[in-house]
Design a protein around this ligand. Structure first.
Ligand SMILES: NC(=O)c1ccc[n+]([C@@H]2O[C@H](COP(=O)([O-])OP(=O)(O)OC[C@H]3O[C@@H](n4cnc5c(N)ncnc54)[C@H](OP(=O)(O)O)[C@@H]3O)[C@@H](O)[C@H]2O)c1
Length: 330
């Protein structure tokens, strides 16, 4: 039997105007798959890379990597989910911008009753990313309470989750953001210090804050505009985790840039970390625990109806959003 769903699709890479609302037919799940009816869908910066063609994918493409809803049908071999379960996911392949979809079950997790669909849709991709950054993307000597870390775009979706989670771990997170109001928001969410990198030399300020020592780790999702400055913030043997391209991809560079302090560099992705059912569930359990305890609150600051997805992309790329953004399906 087939069902109809509204979905957002692009036929070719380009600007937000390429995002088109279409009706799709959704069938039955095959082995290892589920069919899920979404209650809310998460918006992520990676969606803009896939839309623009920075990350090249086959066309036509149904966008979206994050959502929450109810499992409606379960394919052969799926044992961790059953019909009627509340569930949420961050997942490849893209396709979450819709009401109903069939998808691989591996990355889909049962959502605890205490966590709303909206929170689930807003937090899976961004929260699991924060989990692997703060818990698994560490300098050789690890991170101890009291350590300084630098986190760029600290008032964004990943950023405001990271501010809170870092504080819960006892870390002193220095956040950067593009306006004084965003800096204030980062501080309110647990950042120990905030730097407006639109008006201040963030590397100089980090040196000042850390008494000249620098930080053990920089978590850099801004890319092109911050790469050089981020290296200048590291203490010897420090780690640069370059995990995004908010301002554009990091241009080619010589490994000699790491010689200043025997630095380490990694370019991690969530999808390596959630490649198996076991790793996905272990990371999700950690995220569910920190959210259920109240130590991390998922800050949904914008909501757009699915049909207004073009505007949602424009606002995200124009740096007009803070925290998390959700597409609603009413
Ligand atoms: N590798 C991974 O596993 C992984 C997973 C999830 C997310 N990410 C990356 O993490 C970053 C945050 O994702 P998110 O979805 O939570 O987005 P977001 O942080 O809510 O939005 C991106 C932010 O980047 C900052 N930015 C700096 N320069 C920019 C520019 N030239 N144009 C646009 N924005 C700029 C803006 O904050 P300011 O105005 O404060 O500068 C903007 O709000 C993205 O780069 C994303 O690709 C990576």
């Amino acid at each position: 039997m087939s069902h109809t769903s509204r979905a957002i699709r692009i036929d070719r890479p380009g600007g937000p105007e390429e995002l088109k609302i279409v009706d799709i037919e959704v069938g039955e799940p095959g082995p290892g798959q589920i069919r899920i009816r979404h209650h809310a869908v998460g918006l992520n910066f990676i969606d803009t890379y896939q839309r623009s063609g920075l990350y090249s994918l086959p066309m036509p493409l149904q966008l979206g990597m994050e959502a929450a809803g109810v499992v409606e049908a379960v394919g052969e071999g799926v044992t961790h989910l059953k019909v009627g379960d509340r569930a949420a996911y961050a997942s490849q392949p893209p396709g979450a911008y819709c009401e109903l979809r069939v998808m691989p079950a591996t990355c889909v997790c049962k959502l605890p009753d205490a966590i709303s669909f909206e929170t689930g849709a807003a937090m899976m991709l961004k929260g699991l990313t924060t989990q692997y950054l703060l818990k698994k993307t560490l300098p050789a000597e690890g991170l101890q309470p009291g350590d300084f870390v630098l986190f760029h775009a600290a008032a964004g979706g990943v950023g405001l989750i990271a501010c809170q989670w870092a504080k819960a771990l006892g870390l002193r997170l220095i956040g950067t953001a593009g306006s004084d109001a965003k800096c204030q928001l980062a501080l309110e969410h647990g950042a120990a210090h905030a730097i407006n990198y639109s008006t201040e030399d963030f590397a100089a300020r980090v040196k000042e804050i850390t008494g000249g020592a620098g930080v053990k780790v920089v978590y850099d999702s801004v890319g092109k505009d911050t790469f050089e400055g981020s290296l200048a913030c590291l203490r010897p043997f420090g780690l640069l985790a370059s995990f995004g391209n908010g301002s554009g991809p990091v241009p080619p560079f010589s490994t000699a840039v790491l010689a200043k302090g025997s630095f380490y560099l990694t370019r991690p992705t969530l999808f390596t970390h959630i490649a198996t059912r076991e790793s996905t569930q272990a990371m999700a359990d950690d995220l569910f625990a920190v959210v259920s305890s109240g130590a991390v609150r998922i800050p949904v600051a914008q909501r757009y109806p699915l049909a207004d997805v073009q505007q949602a992309h424009r606002d995200l790329e124009a740096r007009k959003t803070t925290g998390c953004t959700v597409l609603t399906l009413d």
